[in-house]
Design a protein around this ligand. Structure first.
Ligand SMILES: [Zn+2]
Length: 145
């Protein structure tokens, strides 16, 4: 009876079921000591199940803690990515005057973004360093606008 209840609880509440299995084991040993010989077998079975359930509880607790940490890491990553994307958007929309301070033509210092993957490439490169897409010359891209 106690064992059936404990078995039903193994998945939901491993720690509770571990305690109940232990209790059932003790009760079975008590019954065996009172003269019911076959309860020695039940008792050791329940004890073994209790140990299994207990380690199941430890494993579940560990998993839960790790998945929570993993979720937090993902949130942090998303935040960082969003910040980066926002910064990149700002740079595209508002190219700062400071970046053109060398006195060269402003169009030459405009960020060389890949039209395919939006990777920001070095000035003067012909192909995207990230995906290999051919980059249109900066001069003609700026002149067409
Ligand atoms: Zn690219």
């Amino acid at each position: 009876m106690v064992g059936v209840l404990a078995a039903a609880l193994v998945l939901a509440l491993p720690l509770v079921s571990a305690i109940l299995f232990g209790l059932a084991g003790v009760l079975s040993f008590a019954a065996a000591a009172a003269g019911y010989g076959n309860h020695w077998v039940y008792g050791s079975d329940f004890m073994a199940l209790g140990v299994v359930a207990f380690f199941g509880w430890i494993g579940k607790r560990k998993n839960r803690r790790e998945s929570a940490a993993e979720r937090q890491r993902q949130i942090d990553r998303d935040d960082r990515l969003e910040t980066l994307l926002r910064q990149q958007r700002d740079q595209v929309q508002y190219p700062t005057e400071a970046s053109t301070g060398t006195g060269g033509p402003p169009k030459a210092t405009f960020p060389n973004f890949c039209p395919s993957c939006k990777h920001r490439n070095e000035q003067g490169v012909k192909f995207c360093a990230e995906c290999g897409t051919a980059l249109s010359p900066v001069a003609s891209a700026s002149a067409s606008e």
